[in-house]
Design a protein around this ligand. Structure first.
Ligand SMILES: [Zn+2]
Length: 289
């Protein structure tokens, strides 16, 4: 699935899509609460009120640039807290190449934050060692975010992730630590959206008068557009996460900015419009769906 934003093309490459089983991440999103939000169906919830979620990467082609935003879970990883995320064997890299993005052709990898489902394909297993998947890329990571996780690297649930998916690219000299408002190129820049993690960023694309925003995890699911006060259990600072969500939704509502969700399933993207005292997403399916 692709979207055109002026001269920039954004392509979604899916690693995993799941329906249901997301109560652990959004405990307030019960079936009874989801069913009345009719616009969530069919893209973002099923007829029983179960949430649909996706883990995907977004390949951003700007003039002269080939950028991958967030690198999903990765294959062969161990020690993940969610058992089904261990030892994955998905065809993600083949799918990426088939979509026109051979891994050697990527010049930039951008991690919105350093959670397990955003850094996995930073590395791949070769002869028992974790090596950079994108050998010709600069890996952009937030300075604040990196410092936070480096300090937490002894925490049991982060240890494996940092060791197998962050440290190897850093040690290979491929990481540039950047500020939360860093400009990547004329068309692509970072937007600070803290709360989910201390250094969390979203990605703004701006070209020929058109705009898009890749959310990262300041929202996990479109139900938080209707219910901005619903926090994710993964938010490190729930109050800050909610404040960021409310500020961003207010800023985006009624504008033509295409909002592309990092974990939004189905259509994945759309425009934010006001709906009563909150908002809804008018889905905007990309081409090639
Ligand atoms: Zn995530």
């Amino acid at each position: 699935m692709k979207w055109q934003v002026g001269k920039v093309t954004v392509t979604k490459i899916v690693e995993l899509e799941v329906t249901g089983g997301s109560r652990f991440i959004l405990p307030q999103a019960t079936y009874e609460e989801i069913l009345p939000i009719a616009w969530l169906r069919p893209h973002f919830a099923d007829e029983r009120g179960r949430l649909k979620m996706s883990i995907h990467a977004l390949a951003v082609e700007a003039p002269g640039r080939r950028i991958v935003v967030d690198t999903c879970l990765g294959n062969d990883k161990q020690g993940r807290r969610i058992p089904t995320w261990n030892n994955l064997q998905t065809p993600f890299l083949a799918d990426l190449a088939a979509a026109g993005f051979a891994r050697e052709s990527i010049d930039t990898v951008l991690c919105t934050h350093l959670h397990v489902d955003h850094v996995g394909w930073n590395t791949m297993l070769r002869d028992g060692k974790w090596v950079p998947t994108f050998p010709r890329a600069r890996y952009l990571m937030g300075r604040t975010e990196f410092a936070h996780w480096q300090a937490q690297r002894e925490r049991e649930d982060m240890q494996a992730v940092f060791a197998d998916s962050v440290a190897p690219v850093f040690e290979a000299g491929l990481v540039d630590l950047v500020e939360t408002d860093h400009r990547v190129c004329d068309e692509v820049s970072l937007v600070p959206t803290p709360g989910h993690t201390p250094g969390h960023v979203s990605v703004r694309i701006s070209s020929e008068g058109e705009e898009a925003l890749i959310t990262g995890d300041f929202m996990h699911h479109p139900c938080q557009i209707a219910r901005p006060h619903w926090c994710s259990t993964a938010d490190s600072d729930p109050a800050a996460a909610q404040a960021t969500r409310e500020r961003m939704l207010q800023r985006l509502a009624g504008t033509p900015t295409l909002v592309i969700g990092t974990h939004f399933a189905g259509a994945t993207a759309g425009r934010i419009v006001r709906d009563g005292d909150a908002y809804r997403l008018d889905a905007q399916e990309g081409t090639g769906a």
